[in-house]
Design a binder for this molecule. Sequence first.
Ligand code: CO
Ligand code: CO
Length: 315
Amino acid sequence: MTHPNLLVGTKTSDDAAVYKLSDDLAVVLTVDFFPPIVDDPFIFGQIAAANSLSDVYAMGAKPIAALNVVGFPSDLDMSILGEILKGGASKALEAGIVIAGGHSVVDAEPKYGLSVTGIVNPGSQTANSTSKSGDLLLLTKPIGTGIITTAGKQEKVAAEVLENAVAIMAALNKSASESMISVGVNACSDVTGFGLLGHLREMMEGSGLGARIYKSKVPVIEGTTDLLEQGIAPGGTMRNLDSLKSTVLWDKEISENDKILLSDAQTSGGLLISVNPDKADKLQQSLSEAGTLSNQIIGEVYTPSDTDPTIHVAG
Ligand code: CO
Ligand code: CO
């Protein structure tokens, strides 16, 4: 779809659409919803809302309002839905946005998320397709939530490992986004269903560039590696890995489990930020002061030659 006022649309696999209303105001539009990934309905609501808001934060925009999107079985206790919505409302309060309404349908299993509207100065949005050669890549949350929640469903995970992953998923990307806006960066996307490498690929393909990632520098949630060693890997993660075949060059020291981990489908993951190296220190400091879960530099962006892969994973 193209329209003269549509600044970011469907062409670049970006996190949200950006539509210009006037010379100094654009709206940012996004919707996201999914079935429960944890048992507790309140926490599920929190995670789903944080995940939906994240696409606006990834655009370097300020969310202002949202609508609930709900699927719910007719034979389930309505108090469960009440808890899901309360969880969502608690994150809306924390984000400083208003939930202004919503829509629900009868569905075989519960589903929840938000359609979020944000605002940004037209042209100031951080698209995923505007990375520059020489940029450093920085990640604001550790990865592993797909593997951990899958282990959770199979009751194979220690309570404290799951609780930590839940806290990470429920954390808003608000302060990370505010740091990124104040420092000024070239591109950003949040890491969700396609995993770290899948979203990095979208960024690099959109930008016409290549990236080198250092496995040893990627922050990983405690307990993830143990679960991988037990053979736990979500179906979505394995599909992600499969789809990366022609895109990624793996160094010899990268193990099969490393490949799975870097492809792991995340829920409400961190921001993957492409920043000019001159600003990287300032961004790391700002993120650290804001208390984000990670401010780790994980790789760099380069201009690929014809024979270079889109992504190169080093040890
Ligand atoms: Co996104
Ligand atoms: Co999304």
